[in-house]
Design a protein around this ligand. Structure first.
Ligand code: M6R
Length: 604
């Protein structure tokens, strides 16, 4: 949600920090600030877009040490006073912080009693005053003493003119990546901001306190015990984090799905099975598993729903799917003969991480399907597979969904071949997956046809999305895509539920997007479409090439290449993404960064 960037080295810090903050813009923010240390301290803050901060940051600000922050308001309104970095009474200690300090009110009261003057409504400001309170001569010691009093979550960076040749960093439930190399020391809450300077970085773990100097990194815990954190090499490059000629990241990410899906499968398919190096350590345990429990949020949850059909159909293993935000607070018993599979693009979603920790605390076996290498969920799961799709920048998830469903296919095949799935059946699934990138290319060519349909429907204020079995999760995902980037009200339903309530909504002002592949439930879908048409509803259908019947009963059809059922959630999702995208473009929303949303939801 918020973004942290810090630099210490021989170069001028403020352009490096601004570049890092811009690369994290996609995460969502409403204010920002930078502090640079020189012989004097310059702290500049602004409300709104980073361009405003950049204008205020005069070019002649020089200094080799600095930290910056983009803030998404939680405690206190969107004002310059509440923007980070926050400082102490004498403006000598500066803190940028992601997370929430739960006991900030009581700490603030005590600090006020001691004479500290607060100027913001933020929880973060207590950290700078606490550090001021404890500071003797060494910044990290004062930070550690302060953190020992703090309850809550933090990824934080601290600089001080009283101990200037360092950035002190700490982590508790909020990600921090650090790279120290010949160009200096870089710290950020998001690897994407460090990638231009180095692909190699370390990720702090909870309880770590790091001190970054120009060419040195040391990590300890609050008890001063040294900690070694291995360097991770990211498989991302700078181009992947740029628009590459597209008007929006979302369109770029939609258009690269043929490659991203291929990358997720690369080196993993054999003729009739799948090789997943990331599962080797738990392969024997997985053989005995009696149930798969998928836990995730948002789009990753909808991918999980597709996973249920895949696991049950391909491997014969029962599968349950639960929202991470519900999973953590129920009385659900964690079972030793089941596996818990966490899907997360970012690997940092707070609800998913909390659910994973519940499973781990209760001794359950956990797997991850994660895109961001080195992220918390990737590190904390017992084993897992990476998506390998490069950074997903647009808040609206697209290529992560198709990659997740691809990997769920691979996992279901893996489980199936461990059990009763024959070589012949395995071969069929491998074939369906190998053909996929080419089919995706064909679907992407439909973009202008979908744009034409978008133009026809863009002014409707409500939409319904329906599907059955493999296309049901896509109906949910299609409605989420439309609502999050165009702000149009949309609902996703299992088509069989129409008669149980939603049919009452239907009239000519409430169009339905019906996902109607030529699959085992085709005729049932046709009946559902009939029910809508006979009540005056308009229907846009997504159907399989060669289906002539559907043309006569719906208003518009988008034809997609024929695929096996296990592939439907992938191919049918792409036109849904394009439809939402084109409508949002026509409505002029800020679709890469929709209002009120952020890319990585790191608070529960
Ligand atoms: O990083 P994750 O996959 O854990 O994120 C989960 C959701 O926050 C995410 O999919 C969200 O729903 C997207 N904005 C949907 O486009």
């Amino acid at each position: 949600m918020c973004g942290i960037m810090g630099y210490i080295g021989e170069n001028n810090a403020s352009p490096i920090i601004m570049d890092g903050l811009k690369r994290m813009e996609y995460r969502g923010y409403d204010s920002s600030g930078v502090v640079v240390l020189n012989d004097k301290v310059t702290c500049v803050k602004s409300v709104g877009k980073l361009e405003k901060l950049e204008k205020k940051l005069k070019k002649d600000i020089h200094g080799n040490i600095g930290i910056g922050h983009s803030r998404w308001a939680t405690h206190g309104g969107v004002t310059e006073e509440n923007a980070h970095p926050q400082h102490d009474c004498k403006e000598e200690i500066f803190v940028a912080h992601n997370g929430i300090i739960e006991n900030y009110k009581e700490l603030k009261e005590k600090l006020i009693e001691q004479g500290h003057k607060f100027i913001s409504d933020t929880d973060t400001e207590v950290i700078s005053h606490l550090i001021e309170h404890f500071f003797e001569s060494n910044l990290e010691e004062a930070v550690k003493k302060s953190l020992s009093l703090i309850k809550g979550t933090y990824g934080l960076v601290v600089v001080s003119k009283k101990d200037p040749q360092k950035i002190v960093v700490a982590r508790m439930f909020s990600p921090i990546a650090i790279s120290v190399n010949k160009s200096g020391g870089f710290v950020s809450s998001d690897p994407v901001a460090i990638i231009p300077h180095s692909k190699k970085m370390v990720f702090l773990e909870d309880g770590d306190v790091a001190v970054i100097k120009k060419n040195k990194l040391s990590i300890t815990n609050l008890e001063n015990e040294p900690k070694y954190r291995e360097e991770t090499e990211m498989d991302w490059n700078i181009e992947e984090a740029q628009k590459g000629g597209y008007p929006h990241f979302m369109l770029k990410e939609i258009m690269e799905q043929s490659d991203s899906v291929a990358n997720s499968m690369r080196g993993r398919l054999t003729e009739d099975a799948v090789k997943l190096g990331g599962l080797e350590s738990v392969e024997k345990q997985l053989q005995k598993v009696k149930r798969v429990n998928i836990v995730s949020c948002g789009t990753s949850y909808y991918a999980g729903l597709a996973g249920k059909y895949l696991f049950e159909d391909i491997s014969g293993v029962p599968c349950e799917v639960e929202l991470a935000s519900e999973f953590s607070y129920g009385k659900k018993q964690i079972k030793k003969d089941e596996v818990y599979l966490f899907l997360s693009q970012s690997g940092e979603t707070a609800d998913t991480l909390a659910a994973l920790r519940k499973v781990k605390n209760e001794g359950g076996l956990s797997l991850g399907v994660v895109n961001v290498v080195g992220s918390s969920i990737a590190r904390e799961t017992d084993a897992g597979v990476y998506n390998h799709i490069g950074p997903e920048i647009s808040v609206a998830s697209t290529k992560a969904f198709t990659s997740q469903v691809t990997l769920l296919n691979l996992l279901a095949l893996f489980f199936g071949r461990q059990r009763e799935l024959s070589q012949k059946q395995g071969k069929k699934i491998v074939k369906s997956l190998s053909d996929l990138p080419e089919k995706i290319n064909k679907i992407l060519e439909l973009s202008s046809e979908i744009e034409r349909i978008a133009k026809k429907y863009k002014d409707f204020s409500d939409f319904l999305f329906i599907g059955r079995r493999y296309s049901f999760p896509v109906a949910l995902e299609g409605s989420l895509k439309l609502k999050e980037i165009s702000y149009i009200h949309a609902e996703g339903y299992a088509a069989g539920e129409m008669k149980h309530g939603p049919l009452a909504l239907i009239d000519k002002s409430f169009p339905t997007v019906a996902l109607c592949p030529s699959d085992s439930v085709y005729s049932k879908m046709i009946s559902n479409i009939g029910e809508i048409k006979s009540r005056g509803g308009r229907v846009i259908a997504l159907a399989t090439e060669g289906d002539k019947q559907i043309e006569d009963i719906v208003d518009d059809v988008i034809y997609l290449p024929k695929v096996e059922e296990n592939i439907i959630p992938i191919t049918f999702a792409i036109p849904m993404q394009l439809l939402a995208y084109h409508i949002a473009v026509m409505l002029g929303t800020d679709l890469d960064m929709p209002r009120n949303l952020s890319k990585s939801v790191t608070v529960e």
